[in-house]
Structures are given as structure tokens and as C-alpha cells.
Design a protein around this ligand. Sequence first.
Ligand SMILES: Nc1ncnc2c1ncn2[C@@H]1O[C@H](COP(=O)(O)OP(=O)(O)OP(=O)(O)O)[C@@H](O)[C@H]1O
Ligand SMILES: [Mg+2]
Length: 131
Amino acid sequence: MFKTIIVPTDGSKFAEKAEDVAISIAKNFNGKLVVLHVIDEKLIYPFEVLEDEGKNILKNASKKAEEQGITADTVLIVGDPTHDMSKIVEKTGADLVVIGTHGKTGLEKFLMGSVAENVTKTVEVPVLLVK
Ligand SMILES: Nc1ncnc2c1ncn2[C@@H]1O[C@H](COP(=O)(O)OP(=O)(O)OP(=O)(O)O)[C@@H](O)[C@H]1O
Ligand SMILES: [Mg+2]
């Protein structure tokens, strides 16, 4: 049913769980896997550092996929993770989004973080929230 599965990841332990679920779904549906990291344009931090961090996050996820026999496409983009995520997800043509309930902030007293909430509200395709 699902042809292109996308997993946005910030490298947090929540996102790592989402990566594992996305890999397993891609494998089971024989679908394409896209791993996406958005470098937060609002962060006041040297770009090279954020870029390296992003590349590492994507490398770790695609390595896990590789171990399961899946070749993942990786997307690294600069933007606003909360506001641009849906647009980016739609551009990839994904028909399933797999995302962690929480991320780096990880305040579990809230039902979910702002990136997860915004994606759930705004994308047209099914969203699988991984907790
Ligand atoms: N910069 C990002 N790039 C790609 N995916 C992201 C990014 N930030 C978060 N995500 C995805 O969204 C999920 C939820 O993270 P989110 O950022 O919403 O929660 P949080 O960090 O706990 O809270 P908040 O960011 O609102 O302070 C993560 O597990 C990950 O799948
Ligand atoms: Mg966050």
C-alpha cells in the first residue's frame, strides 16, 4: 500500500525509534525509504557544525536501513522544522510519514512536540506517530 515512506529525524532517541519503524514498514511494503533532516535556520550556531550533525544523523539512519537490506534516500535541507516540514514532506511525494512523538526537547508531559504536531495537523497523507 505505501510506496514512499518518509521519516523526518532529529537524531533523538524518539526519532531513532521512528527510524526503526519506518525501516521495517519500507521493508514489508517493499517501498522506498526517505530519511529527512531539516537544519533549523533559527539556530545561532556555525552552519558547518549543524551541517555535520545533520549528515551524521542521516548517515546513522541509512546505515541501519542498509543493515536491513534497504537503501534509503537522504534529504538534508535548511529551513524551519516546524513550519516547513509538511511542505518538504509533500515535495518528496511520500504517502506515509513516520515521526516520533517527541524530539530533542523531549518534554513528555506534552502529548507531542511542535514538529510532530504540525505535521500531523497539516499533511494530507497518513501519519504514524511513534512513541
Ligand atoms: N529538525 C528536524 N528534522 C527532521 N525531523 C525532525 C526535526 N525535529 C524534529 N523532527 C521529528 O519530529 C519528531 C518530534 O520532535 P519535536 O521537535 O516535535 O519534539 P521536541 O523536540 O520534543 O519538542 P519541540 O521541538 O517542540 O521543543 C522527532 O522525533 C523527529 O521525528
Ligand atoms: Mg524539536
